[in-house]
Each structure stands twice: as structure tokens, then as C-alpha cells.
Ligand binder design. Structure first.
Ligand SMILES: NC(=O)c1ccc[n+]([C@@H]2O[C@H](COP(=O)([O-])OP(=O)(O)OC[C@H]3O[C@@H](n4cnc5c(N)ncnc54)[C@H](OP(=O)(O)O)[C@@H]3O)[C@@H](O)[C@H]2O)c1
Length: 269
């Protein structure tokens, strides 16, 4: 699996699976534009990639600062060139009882996870359309298929990502733009610290970043519309569709699907 010829921008690539995707894609021949809120974090990843013989560039990008995104696009066009792939990875979560989490934090969740992702796509979609093989990758979450008590704004922001991503994928196909692939990624819990403290559901153990990134890269290479991890999470949509809602609620409760966030601590406990 090679990504030579791709110029990939990854948001939130200073840590977690964003960083790992940057390093892996560079290792497989892609030129990577590493963006992070803190330039030091982006430079650190670029240094690591360069030491391993890859090509990467560091830029500051806070995807919550919507008006800065088009400015950065122009700067990248001038200094590096147009993209062939955009990976919208940046994300935040604030768990807890709905009214105990501040309104600012709920709104920030939407700003980063949904609005920032749409704004980055808006800024760079034309690059992908002009590319011979363009690819848009949106990191959503398995919580986009369920109700997530104590994580309502996070789940809602990821439902928005799936709705946006699927709609755009169909729209591009309808417009005959078959050179642009769209992949929506829906993993369950990953051991990056973002969901420290959660109680993982039955049949859905904590995933390693390594496993998730391997699946994402395979899915991108195959042009898959969806990457869902673990595979068991795929059954949620089916079960929700066929079971009466109250029965599904009980299944979700007793398998720990809807109770996992009760003990969330996150990175800043
Ligand atoms: N961990 C999981 O269990 C899990 C499960 C499903 C989906 N996901 C999704 O996977 C993606 C990556 O998460 P992760 O697990 O790798 O957690 P992570 O290590 O916390 O990574 C999140 C990244 O997003 C960045 N970020 C946050 N706010 C930003 C902003 N306003 N502008 C730009 N970057 C920003 C963070 O930067 P800082 O370091 O500066 O904060 C960090 O690099 C997220 O979209 C997340 O929702 C995660």
C-alpha cells in the first residue's frame, strides 16, 4: 500500500491518531502537511518524519477559527501546492451531565468537530476535484450511530459529520466527480487518552491507535466509503433498524453501549 503522489493535509496531527496517520502516510510515500493548534507540536511530527526519510511541512491550524482556514489554504497553495487528500481529524470531547458541562464547551465541540471539518472541506474541496485522484477522509466516531448519555454534544457533532460526509459523497458521484473518493471513519474507543476513564462496551474492547490507523489506511487505499472499527460496531445500525426502540435501549444499556461515558475523565482529569 503506497501513497506516493499524494499531498495530504491532516488536521489535529500533533498527537493521537492524527500524528500516527501523518507518520504512516509519509512512510508510505505521501507528502504530508501536518497541522496542529501549536506549531511546536506540528514541527515535532515533521522532524520525526524527516528523520525517517519522509517529506512533511508544519503549519498552525486551529479549525475552530473558521476565518483562518481559507487564509491558510492560500498560504499552502503558495508555499507547497494544492492537496490531493484532506484528512479532517481534529476533535474534542467534554463529557459529563449535560447541564454540568458549560455551554461554551458544548458549542466548542460543534465548532471543532462539525463546523471546522466542514470549513476545511469547503476550503480544500476544489483541490481534490482538480486532482487526478482526490480523497476526502472525515474522522467521525462509532458514537455517530447511537445516543451517548454524558456525551450528547460529542455524539451529535459526529452524527453531523456522518450526515455531511455521506451527503457529499453522493453529491460528488451525482455530479460525475468520480475521481474524488470520500471515506467516513467511525471507530469505537481508542487508547489515545481522549476517552480516558470510559468503560468499554461488551464486544468492543479499547482499540489501539495502531490497529485503527492500519484500518484507516487500508480503507483509504481501497476507496471504502466507510471504515468502522471494531467490525462489531457495524451491527448497531442493523439492530437499531430492526428492534423496537425500547428494546434497543435495553440492549444498548446492558451491553454497555449507552453507559460507557458515565466514568469518562478524558485527558484533563
Ligand atoms: N479516542 C477515541 O476513542 C476516538 C474514538 C472515535 C473517534 N475519535 C476521533 O478521532 C479523532 C482523533 O482523536 P484522538 O483519539 O487521536 O484524540 P487526541 O489525541 O486528543 O487527538 C485530537 C487532536 O485534535 C486536536 N484538536 C483539538 N481541538 C483542535 C482545534 N480547535 N484545532 C485543531 N486541532 C484541534 C488536538 O490537538 P491538541 O493536542 O492541541 O489538543 C489533537 O491533536 C477525533 O476527531 C476524535 O473525535 C476518537
Amino acid at each position: 500500500m503506497r501513497f506516493s503522489g499524494h499531498r495530504v493535509l491532516i488536521t489535529g496531527a500533533g498527537a493521537g491518531i492524527g500524528r500516527l496517520m501523518a507518520e504512516r502516510m509519509a512512510g508510505r510515500g505521501a507528502e504530508v502537511i501536518v497541522t496542529a493548534r501549536r506549531i511546536d507540536a506540528a514541527r515535532e511530527v515533521v522532524k520525526h518524519i524527516a528523520n525517517a526519510g519522509g517529506t512533511a511541512h508544519a503549519y498552525t491550524l486551529d479549525v475552530g477559527k473558521i476565518s483562518s482556514i481559507a487564509t491558510l489554504r492560500d498560504k499552502i497553495h503558495e508555499e507547497v501546492g494544492p492537496l490531493t487528500m484532506l484528512i479532517n481529524n481534529a476533535g474534542v470531547v467534554f463529557g459529563g451531565e449535560f447541564e454540568q458541562v458549560s455551554l461554551d464547551q458544548h458549542l466548542q465541540t460543534f465548532k471543532v468537530n462539525s463546523e471546522g471539518l466542514m470549513a476545511c472541506t469547503h476550503a480544500f474541496l476544489d483541490d481534490l476535484i482538480q486532482a487526478q485522484h482526490g480523497h476526502l477522509v472525515n474522522i467521525a466516531s462509532a458514537s455517530a450511530f447511537i445516543g451517548l448519555p454524558y456525551g450528547s454534544s460529542y455524539a451529535a457533532s459526529k452524527w453531523a459529520v456522518v450526515g455531511f460526509s455521506e451527503s457529499l459523497r453522493l453529491e460528488l458521484a451525482e455530479r460525475g466527480l468520480r475521481n474524488v473518493k470520500v471515506t467516513t471513519v467511525c471507530p469505537s474507543y481508542i487508547a489515545t487518552g481522549m476517552f480516558k476513564g470510559v468503560k468499554t462496551p461488551l464486544f468492543s474492547p479499547m482499540l489501539t491507535p495502531d490497529k485503527v490507523v492500519s484500518s484507516i489506511l487500508k480503507g483509504i487505499a481501497a476507496g471504502e466509503p466507510f471504515v468502522i472499527e471494531p467490525p462489531m460496531a457495524r451491527s448497531v445500525e442493523l439492530l437499531k433498524g430492526v428492534l423496537p426502540r425500547r428494546l434497543w435501549d435495553q440492549v444498548a444499556k446492558y451491553t454497555g453501549v449507552s453507559t460507557s461515558m458515565y466514568s469518562w475523565k478524558g485527558k484533563h482529569d
